[in-house]
Design a protein around this ligand. Structure first.
Ligand code: BES
Ligand code: MN
Ligand code: ZN
Length: 499
């Protein structure tokens, strides 16, 4: 799929299709007005006849519109103009993408990007068009023997900007959005792959392939024996129950000066979480193949950063393992020594994410990072707290928290802060070790972050719990690719800040 940016009038475009918006009730957007004038009132005539009301979600494909050079005109309903905000824009873009794909119009020009969206600029609209189209047309059919591909898929979309003056900015926004969209698709593919294919070894191969594809990216993979010499007792304890060897990937992206401290991203890579000996109930257990979506978001973000060749240094760290029950698996009550030297009593083997992350976080200290963000499908409690709309965000540094919140708002991939007060730490008390790996039912997302906070004292750290946002369940079950947009935006903002 190819994108480009252009300015100019809709009636003068030569393409298979031109796309314009219609507000409710039967009101023409500016671009629709232009087509209407060029076609001698053809479109307003249709609306008067009652062919389209302009409700959000509606669409109408027209052919042979007089006075217009494009083969087709696609009208997209926008709802009432004063209610048209972020969500409406996204839905309109998604309806457009589906209709273009069905129509077999391999090329199109969209004027939805000229619409006014409260509080958003042209750059945002270009970006959301690219991301939205790519998100809507994404398919995961590599494991279906019969693929139902459209006969003439949409291959090229031109995104309109209102004036020539906005072309350079628009092109930059398009370039960034394409990189983010590719990062998102990569993260979705990794997430959607089943546990029997996407193993820790598979993830390590993917990391190495990424390293080969980008010259500014160097990839290291630590094996079980390396983890043993480093004393990563927590990470190793999770891998005990699995026949698949654990892997710890470190991706070094160097786009900035050698001596500039990196931004670190650490992603939970549990390629299947059965709960281990504290085994999970059977319902929807298949969805625990998505327990590596934190890792996938690190892969996707590194891919986006590398393809944009951002002038900063970034380190991606991914501890990967399965969590399975076995005669040799960790048992409730077992005590392990982490790389930091602190000991942990494993009261529940299903709280494994924090065990792999704590050693990966300690390992990250050696890079003296400017900031560290970890991303994890860490707690079911997060879904109870925030549902599927926001990532939970906790951390030990206010400016960093604000930067992450702001990146999420800009990217439409939002996080919401939960408190990490000292008082919650008591819930992790153990009679036999320095801490327990669970803190009881109340505030499960917070106590999980409390656990991690004991391994992040040496740097500015933020934690994103993406349990509710990393994938959809039900009819459109599948990975979302979040929070690649937030993370990439966070890094783009750091580039701006350094400039
Ligand atoms: N991967 C799960 C968290 C999860 C569960 C994410 C369901 C999304 C949907 C994590 O490893 C886990 O099992 N957490 C436990 C922690 C508990 C034992 C303290 C949980 O949330 O139940
Ligand atoms: Mn678990
Ligand atoms: Zn898990």
């Amino acid at each position: 799929m190819e994108f480009s940016v252009k300015s100019g009038s809709p009636e003068k475009q030569r393409s298979a299709c031109v796309v314009v918006g219609i507000y409710e009730p039967r009101r023409l957007s500016a671009a629709a007005e232009e087509l209407d004038a060029a076609s001698d009132g053809f479109i307003s005539g249709l609306l008067r006849r009652g062919d389209m009301e302009g409700k959000l979600g509606q669409s109408l494909m027209l052919t042979h519109v007089p006075g217009v050079l494009c083969d087709r005109v696609l009208l997209i309903g926008l709802g009432r103009e004063r209610d048209f905000t972020d969500g409406g824009f996204r839905q309109a873009v998604s309806v457009m993408a589906n209709r273009l794909q069905e129509a077999g119009a391999a090329e199109a020009v969209s004027y939805l990007s000229n619409l006014h969206v409260k509080g958003r600029d042209t750059l945002w609209r270009v970006r959301e068009t690219v991301l939205g189209v790519s998100h809507t047309l994404y398919r995961f059919d590599q494991l279906k023997s019969k693929k139902d591909q459209p006969r003439r898929p949409l291959r090229k979309l031109t995104v309109s900007v209102p004036s020539r003056r906005e072309l350079p900015g628009g092109e930059q926004a398009q370039r960034e959005a394409v990189a983010i969209a590719e990062g998102v698709s990569f993260a979705r593919d990794l997430g959607n792959l089943p546990g029997n294919i996407c193993t820790p070894t598979y993830l390590a191969e993917q990391a190495e392939a990424l390293g080969k594809a980008h010259k500014q990216l160097k990839v290291e993979v630590l094996e079980r024996k390396d983890m043993e010499s480093l004393g990563m007792g927590a990470l190793l304890s999770v891998a005990r129950g699995s026949r698949q060897p654990p892997k710890l990937m470190i991706m070094h992206y160097q786009g900035g000066p050698r001596d500039q401290k990196p931004y670190a991203l650490v992603g939970k890579g549990i390629t299947f979480d059965s709960g281990g000996i504290s085994i999970k109930p059977g319902a929807a257990m298949d969805e625990m193949k998505f327990d590596m979506c934190g890792a996938a978001s690190v892969f996707g973000t590194i891919k986006a950063v590398a393809s944009l060749e951002l002038p900063i240094n970034v380190i991606g760290v991914v501890p990967a393992s399965e969590n399975l029950p076995d005669g040799d698996a960790s048992k409730p009550g077992d005590i392990v020594t982490t790389m930091s030297g602190q000991t942990v009593e494993i009261l529940n083997t299903d709280a494994e994410g924090r065990l792999v992350l704590c050693d990966a976080l300690t390992y990250t200290e050696r890079y003296e990072p400017q900031t560290v963000i970890d991303i994890a499908t860490l707690t079911g409690a997060c879904i109870i707290a925030l549902g599927h709309q926001a990532h939970a965000l906790l951390g030990n540094n206010n400016p960093l928290i604000n930067d992450v919140l702001s990146a999420g708002r800009k990217a439409g991939d939002r996080a919401w802060e939960l408190p990490l007060w000292e008082e919650y730490q008591d819930q992790l008390k153990s009679n036999f070790a320095d801490m327990a790996n669970i803190g009881g039912r109340p505030a499960g997302t917070i106590t999980a972050a409390c656990f991690l906070s004991r391994f992040t004292k040496k740097f500015r750290w933020a934690h994103l719990d993406i349990a509710g946002t990393a994938w959809n369940s039900g009819d459109n079950k599948g990975a979302t690719g979040k929070p690649v947009p937030l993370l990439t935006q966070y890094l783009l903002d750091r580039v701006e800040e350094n400039a």
